[in-house]
Ligand binder design. Structure first.
Ligand SMILES: CC1=C(/C=C/C(C)=C/C=C/C(C)=C/C=C/C=C(C)/C=C/C=O)C(C)(C)CCC1
Ligand SMILES: [Fe+2]
Length: 559
């Protein structure tokens, strides 16, 4: 038999018990036993030449289980699974459409411990990439860690070496060290490049993994999942931070670079085939003392929409060594909320309106509203809105996610619809686009048919809630015209972002499939394909081992 390269080194660490997680902050729970067990699965793997070989067993995971038999095991969605490299064909139940040819790449946190040290928040985890390659009804999965500097340094030194979402990295012991740390912070050297938030395919075919630091832009190979290296921007636009979600099409890459000193955002654009971002314009914030946190933003055909929520970046928290309530952010409702609209062609801000306070991480889409003469009167922008409550952030701490499974503690969220008049009116509105009870008052991790980006649209796909739950547990199709939602749900399962892929040549907006990866309560997991129109399950394929919860993905069509 030819030599196999399966590197089945998966270690997962079920690392907090209810009893100890608060009192032993950051330390491995000593009450956990080291009972290791391996799971084996019949499977097929790729050899080094890319040929599929059938082997009888793939050792797929090692789980540190708890001694306490009466205590429920942590959900695999929130359990570290470290996979340096795995690839194999999955057995498909049901039928994958023959037209679905390409690769779904999904990024997200996957390893929340370094040696004995436990990270505390979902968004602290070291990035792990999963690929699902669909070809003529068959499905091959790949899984690898992203080799960011932050991940490599943590592995080498067996400690967190950079500032992560909630973890502030190494603590300085003396004043000189502290001054050194400050210098590293101002230069951006101490910030993480752990690119765990998303993955995008640029117009030129390069695939980029991202986080909210500019240094956290890493090129990967979509076929092997190899980390190719840092994406070096060749411009001198400066700043340390970027929006996690750029707008990426075949012809451009648009993103926001927040200015923490003089509150505002540079709106920048990069052409395919280049590494140079060019300034489209600057949007000034109106609230103080710092810009509103922008994780994502929407565009229309002619405009870029810049949100300004009262959840603002907090430069002081960036400097602190000790943990802070809202991580690198601050909630300042008195600083008010605004929505700004910048014209793509001129770079001028054409509207800047006050809106009700809001908290959002993910915009769904935006479009222009016109009068009977075709003049644009307003911009409509939809988002997953957390009822103006930043509590969703601490709610996503690993302690909550691991210990409160099944309890009804997921904060309410809705589809927030902004109407931003562009006739000089000072105020915009924010209303629920449909009754939030339609989707269980949970709402996040959304996608749309990409052909409707920036245009009037009807359907969105997101995760919703079937309560009681402490985390979104449904995949929901939203009909924003009929104001109805239809959900897929399986008891105890946690699905990741539903990702819509349009059928080539489709005439209807919802003609396509929705892909998600599901983590099950028994520790297993599977890839799921739903029909975009009927929202019925059409195929699923069991993974060799359950996966941790992932964030965002992209589609790389077969060329
Ligand atoms: C902003 C700075 C940093 C990094 C921030 C990061 C990594 C933010 C990631 C945010 C994510 C993944 C938000 C997702 C939200 C999903 C929700 C609310 C789902 C809800 C479900 O119900 C650092 C790089 C750490 C430092 C500079 C500042
Ligand atoms: Fe995101």
């Amino acid at each position: 038999m030819a030599s196999l390269r399966i590197s089945p080194i998966v270690s997962s660490f079920n690392n907090q018990s209810k009893r100890s997680c608060q009192s032993h902050r950051g330390k491995h729970d000593q009450s956990c036993s080291s009972l290791l067990f391996g799971k084996t699965f019949p499977n097929r793997v790729l050899n080094e030449n890319g040929r599929l070989l059938t082997i009888s067993k793939v050792a797929a995971s090692e789980v540190v289980a708890k001694e306490e038999s009466n205590e429920e095991k942590t959900h695999v969605a929130f359990t570290s699974v470290r996979q340096e490299r795995w690839q194999g064909e999955l057995q498909v139940e049901g039928e994958i459409p023959q037209w679905l040819n390409g690769t779904y790449l999904r990024n997200g946190p996957g390893v929340w411990h370094v040696g004995e040290y436990n990270l505390q928040h979902l968004f602290d985890g070291y990035a792990t990439l999963v690929r699902l390659n669909f070809e003529s009804g068959r499905l091959v999965m790949g899984h690898r860690q992203i080799e960011s500097e932050a991940y490599k340094a943590a592995q080498k030194n067996q400690k967190v070496c950079f500032r992560e979402f909630s973890d502030n990295g190494p603590k300085s012991d003396n004043f000189l060290d502290y001054m050194g740390d400050l210098a590293k912070l101002f230069s951006g050297a101490s910030l993480t490049d752990n690119t765990m938030t998303g993955v995008v395919k640029l117009g030129d075919g390069r695939v980029l993994c991202l986080t909210e630091t500019q240094k956290g832009s890493i090129l990967i190979d979509p076929d092997t999942l190899d980390t190719l290296g840092k994406f070096e921007y060749t411009d001198n636009l400066g700043g340390l931070i970027q929006a996690a979600h750029p707008i990426v099409t075949d012809t451009e890459y648009i993103t926001l670079l927040p200015d923490l000193i003089n509150p505002g955002h540079q709106v920048v654009r990069m052409e395919p085939g280049t590494n140079e971002r060019k300034l489209m314009g600057r949007v000034n914030c109106r609230g103080r003392p710092s810009p509103g946190w922008v994780h994502s933003f929407p565009v229309t055909e002619n405009y870029v929409v810049v949100p300004e929520m009262p959840l603002r970046y907090c430069p002081q928290n960036l400097l602190k060594a000790e943990p802070t309530e809202l991580y690198k952010f601050q909630w300042l409702p008195d600083s008010k909320a605004y929505m700004h609209v910048m014209c793509k062609a001129t770079g001028k801000t054409v509207a800047s309106v006050e809106v009700p306070p809001f908290v959002t991480f993910h915009f769904i889409n935006a479009y222009e509203e016109t009068d009977e003469d075709g003049r644009v009167t307003a911009v409509i922008a939809d988002c997953c809105e957390h009822n103006a409550d930043p509590a969703i952030l601490p709610n996503l701490s690993l302690h909550n996610l691991r210990s409160l499974h099944g309890q009804d503690v997921l904060p309410d969220a809705k589809v927030g619809r902004f109407r931003i008049p562009i006739d000089g009116s000072p105020n915009g509105t924010l209303e629920a686009a449909l009754d939030p009870n339609e989707h269980g008052r949970g709402m996040d991790m959304c996608s749309i048919n990409p052909n409707f980006l920036g245009k009037k649209y009807r359907y969105a796909y997101a995760t919703g809630a079937q309560r009681p739950c402490n985390f979104p547990n449904t995949i929901t199709k939203l009909d924003l015209v009929d104001k109805k939602a239809k959900s897929w749900c399986e008891e105890g399962s946690i699905p990741s972002e539903p990702f819509f892929v349009a059928r080539p040549g489709a005439a209807q907006e919802d003609d396509g499939v929705v892909i998600s990866m599901v983590s099950q309560k028994n520790g297993d997991g599977f890839a799921l394909v739903l029909d975009g129109t009927t929202f019925e399950e059409i195929a699923r394929a069991k993974f060799p081992y359950g996966l941790p919860y992932g964030l965002h993905g992209c589609w790389v069509p077969k060329n």
